[in-house]
Design a protein around this ligand. Structure first.
Ligand code: GLA
Length: 710
C-alpha cells in the first residue's frame, strides 16, 4: 500500500504468515527477497499425524522474520500480538492468512473512538485465522492521502469459548536496532516530560495500569535513527486511540531487529469471548518522517485536526475561558459568582466555567461525587446562567462522572456501584472511589443524572474530570470470574457514556481533564477536542509541558490557562498561554489595573491569532529540554502570518545569538511586531532573529509576523 508519503509493504508467505517488509518513505518497488528472513533456520515442526518432520518453506521460521502478527508459543521471544487459550489445547496462538478485501473509507467501530471524514481513505482488510482455535483476527490497514502514516485496526471473532490473555493492537518490526526512543513520562503537575534514551538489547516496557492513559506515561512514543533532530533523520511515531491502561514494548532481539508492540495493558487482562462474539481492539497509528520530528508532528497535527478532533460549530472561534477553580476553589455563593462573572466579562472573557463544588453537599473534596444535582444552598444556577448569558458569555460546568465519594447519597443507596470490594477495605484517593462502568446500570444512572442537568439548564460547555487512578479495583458486576475484563469494559463503559452524551449535545464543548493532563490521548480527543493540559500553572513548568505535548497533539487541543503564579508577569504568562486554547484560572476581582491591562493585551492577541494557532503549522525552534530556552513559531498554511515566542530560562551573560525561523516564503517580506523594518523570509530563515537583550531569567520575546502586501 502506498500514498505520496509512505509505503507499507508486507507479503503472505507460503506458510500463509504475514511477513512485514517495509514501512517508510514512499517507494515505487521493493526487492522482497533481499529482506524476508533475518537469519538461517534449522528449526522443524513435528507433524504428529504422519510422523514427519516439516521444514518451513523458504527458510521461514517464526522467530527470525519481520512479522505483522507475531505468534505465541512458537519460539518467537520478541513478543506476541495476541495470546488466546481454550478449554482444550495449549495457548499457542498463530494466525494465518485466510482472505482479504480492499474498500474505500475507514473502518468503523461500534464501541471505540475512531475517525471522522474518511476523505480519500482506502482500507485493506485481511482475515486471518488460528485454525486450531477457530479464532479469527480481522486486521485492517488504512491509508489517507496527505497522511504519512497508517491506521491499524483489529477485531477478534471467536467460534468457540476462548480466553484472550493478550490483545495488543499493533506489532511492528524494524530490521535493525540502532534507534533512539523518545517517550513522555511524568506525574501529576509534571506531565509528558520528554525522555530520550538509546534502545539496548532486551525489552523496554512503557505504559501504566492506572485505568487512564495516565500522567505516568503518555500513549505515544518515537523511535528515530541516530542523529535525528527536529528537521532531519528518519523517525517513526506510535500512537494509540485508547484512554485506559496501555502498554508499549520495544524489544531488541538476537538478530538485532526491533519489535514494537502497543496495546491494552495485559498485566491483569483476560477476556472471555463466547462463540460468535466479536471484540474490537482500539486503533493504533504508525507515523513516519524521513526529515525529523518537526514534519512528523506537523503532519500528525493535520491528520488529528481533520480526522479525530472536532469542535462544535459555535466553538470554532475558540472563546476565551475563565475558570473558577484556582480563583475560589469550592468557596463560593451566588453573589460571589455573579461579581466574578461581571468582572470577567468586563475584562473580555467569553466563557464562564463553574468548576468543582456546585452539587450535592460539596464544600470540600470529601463528599458528594455521584450526587449530580445543584446545591441550591450555594448556587442559584438559573440566576447565574441567565446572568452569564445576558452579559454575552457562554456558561460551563464541571463534572467528575466516573467517581463516587463514600460520603454521598449515591454510595448510600448503591454501594454496589463502586468499583471496589467493600469487604477488603479498598484504598481511597482524594476521598473517592471509581464507579463500576462495566455495569450498564451505572452508565444509565450517570447518563440520566448528567442529562438531567444538561437538559434542565442552558449549558454550553462541560469540563469532564477524572481525579483518581484505579488502584485496587474490583468490579462487583463482573465478579471474580471476569475480573480480567475490568480494564477493557470500564474503558468501553466510559466511551459509551461519553458518546451518548456528546452525540445528544453536539453544541456543547466537552473538555477532557484528569487531575490536569492525566488522560491526554487520541481516544479522549475523539470525544473531547480540548484537554486541560496540566494542573501545573507555573508558566515555566507549563512551557515544558506544552512543548513536549506538541510532539503528539496539536496546540488547539491544549487547554492553556494563566494563573496568579508570580514567577512571571501577566504579559509573559499570557504569551505562553497563547500557544494553546487560552484561558484564565484566576479571580479577576483581585487584579490590579496594570495586571488587567497586561492580560487584555494577550486576550486581544488571542482573538486575532486563534485561527492561526488552531490551524497553523508548528515549528519547534528551541527545545527547553536541551537548551536554556524555549522557542515556538506557528505559521498559517498560506505562510502569510505567523506568531513567534522565545522564552529564556536561566539568565545568561548577554550572548549574541540568533534563532533561525522556518516555514516562511523565501521571497516575501514580513513585518515583525516591535520592529521598524520588514525582513524577508530568506533573511529570517537564514540569518534569523537576533536575541541579544532577551536573555534575562524568564524573559520572553514575542513577535507577530505578517506578510507585506505586494
Ligand atoms: C482537578 C482538575 C482541576 C480542578 C479540580 C477540581 O484537579 O485538574 O482543574 O477541576 O480537579 O476538583
Amino acid at each position: 500500500m502506498k500514498n505520496d508519503f509512505v509505503s507499507y509493504l508486507f507479503l503472505v508467505n507460503k506458510e500463509r504468515v504475514l511477513q512485514h517488509l517495509y514501512f517508510g518513505k514512499s517507494v515505487a518497488d521493493f526487492d522482497a527477497f533481499s529482506f524476508t528472513n533475518l537469519g538461517f533456520d534449522w528449526s522443524k515442526t513435528y507433524l504428529s499425524k504422519t510422523g514427519e518432520e516439516k521444514q518451513y518453506e523458504d527458510g521461514y521460521y517464526h522467530d527470525r522474520s519481520l512479522l505483522e502478527v507475531p505468534s505465541f508459543g512458537y519460539g518467537d521471544e520478541r513478543g506476541a500480538l495476541i495470546i488466546a487459550r481454550q478449554a482444550q489445547g495449549s495457548s499457542k496462538t498463530l494466525f494465518l492468512y485466510s482472505s482479504h478485501r480492499i474498500y474505500d473509507g475507514l473502518p468503523k467501530s461500534k464501541t471505540l473512538p475512531s475517525f471522522k471524514n474518511a476523505g480519500s481513505a482506502k482500507t485493506l482488510e485481511i482475515v486471518l485465522e488460528d485454525e486450531a482455535k477457530g479464532l479469527k483476527l480481522v486486521l485492517s490497514f488504512s491509508l489517507i492521502d496527505g497522511f504519512a502514516g497508517i491506521i491499524r485496526g483489529q477485531k477478534l471473532i471467536a467460534t468457540k469459548e476462548t480466553d484472550v490473555l493478550r490483545a495488543y493492537s499493533l506489532a511492528f518490526d524494524l530490521p535493525s536496532s540502532d534507534y533512539k526512543l523518545t517517550h513522555f513520562s511524568g506525574d501529576w503537575s509534571y506531565e509528558r516530560r520528554l525522555i530520550e534514551e538509546k534502545i539496548e538489547p532486551g525489552t523496554k516496557v512503557l505504559g501504566n495500569t492506572t485505568g487512564r492513559s495516565s500522567h505516568e506515561e503518555n500513549p505515544f512514543f518515537f523511535l528515530s535513527e541516530p542523529g535525528s533532530e527536529e528537521e532531519n533523520g528518519e523517525v517513526y511515531g506510535f500512537s494509540f486511540l485508547y484512554s485506559g491502561s496501555w502498554k508499549g514494548e520495544i524489544n531488541v532481539a538476537k538478530f538485532n531487529s526491533t519489535r514494537i508492540l502497543l496495546g491494552i495493558n495485559d498485566s491483569s487482562f483476560s477476556y472471555r469471548l463466547m462463540p460468535k462474539e466479536e471484540m474490537e481492539l482500539p486503533f493504533a497509528l504508525l507515523c513516519h518522517s524521513s526529515s525529523g520530528f518537526g514534519p512528523l508532528s506537523r503532519n500528525l497535527h493535520d491528520f488529528e485536526r481533520n480526522h479525530i478532533i472536532s469542535f462544535p460549530s459555535s466553538y470554532l472561534a475558540h472563546p476565551i475561558l475563565i475558570n473558577s477553580w484556582e480563583a475560589c476553589f469550592m468557596d463560593f455563593d451566588t453573589a460571589k459568582l455573579l461579581t466574578f462573572a461581571k468582572e470577567a466579562r468586563m475584562m473580555g472573557t467569553d466563557l464562564f466555567v463553574l468548576d468543582d463544588g456546585w452539587f450535592g453537599e460539596r464544600n470540600d473534596d470529601t463528599s458528594s461525587l455521584g450526587d449530580w444535582y445543584v446545591n441550591t444552598k450555594k448556587v442559584d444556577m438559573e440566576k447565574l446562567i441567565s446572568y452569564v448569558h445576558e452579559s454575552g458569555m457562554k456558561f460551563g460546568l464541571w463534572f467528575e462522572p466516573e467517581m463516587v465519594n463514600p460520603k454521598s447519597v449515591l454510595f448510600k443507596e448503591h454501594p454496589e456501584f463502586a468499583l471496589a470490594n467493600l469487604e477488603e477495605e479498598p484504598d481511597l484517593s482524594r476521598h473517592q472511589l471509581q464507579l463500576d462502568l462495566a455495569n450498564p446500570k451505572v452508565i444509565n444512572y450517570l447518563y440520566d443524572a448528567i442529562e438531567n442537568i444538561l437538559s434542565k439548564f442552558d449549558i454550553d460547555y462541560v469540563k469532564w474530570d477524572h481525579n483518581r487512578s484505579r488502584g485496587t479495583a474490583y468490579s462487583p458486576y463482573l465478579k471474580n470470574e471476569k475480573e480480567g475484563e475490568l480494564e477493557y469494559r470500564n474503558t468501553m463503559g466510559y466511551y459509551e457514556l461519553l458518546s451518548r452524551l456528546t452525540s445528544k449535545h453536539q453544541n456543547i464543548l466537552f473538555e477532557g481533564c484528569a487531575s490536569g493532563g492525566g488522560r491526554y490521548d487520541l481516544g479522549e480527543l475523539f470525544y473531547t477536542p480540548q484537554i486541560w493540559c496540566s494542573d501545573e500553572t507555573d508558566p515555566v513548568q507549563r512551557l515544558f509541558i506544552q512543548y513536549s505535548t506538541s510532539y503528539a497533539y496539536p496546540l488547539v487541543s491544549m487547554g492553556t490557562h494563566i494563573s496568579k503564579n508570580p514567577i512571571m508577569d501577566y504579559a509573559s504568562k499570557g504569551e505562553i498561554a497563547l500557544f494553546g486554547t487560552y484561558g484564565l484560572e484566576l479571580d479577576p476581582t483581585k487584579l490590579s489595573e496594570k495586571e488587567k491591562e497586561e492580560i487584555r493585551k494577550t486576550m486581544d492577541a488571542y482573538r486575532r491569532l486563534s485561527p492561526l494557532i488552531a490551524e497553523g503549522d508548528l515549528y519547534r525552534l528551541r527545545n527547553p529540554y536541551h537548551d536554556n530556552s524555549f522557542c515556538l513559531l506557528v505559521i498559517n498554511k498560506a505562510k502569510s502570518q505567523g506568531v513567534f515566542l522565545y522564552v529564556n530560562l536561566l539568565k545568561e551573560n548577554a550572548r549574541y545569538r540568533y534563532v533561525k525561523l522556518r516555514g516562511l516564503k523565501k521571497d516575501t517580506q514580513y513585518t515583525l511586531s516591535g520592529y521598524e523594518r520588514s525582513l524577508s523570509g530568506e533573511y529570517l530563515m537564514n540569518v534569523g532573529i537576533n536575541l541579544y537583550g532577551w536573555q534575562n531569567e524568564f524573559q520572553s520575546h514575542y513577535i507577530e509576523l505578517q506578510e507585506v502586501a505586494k
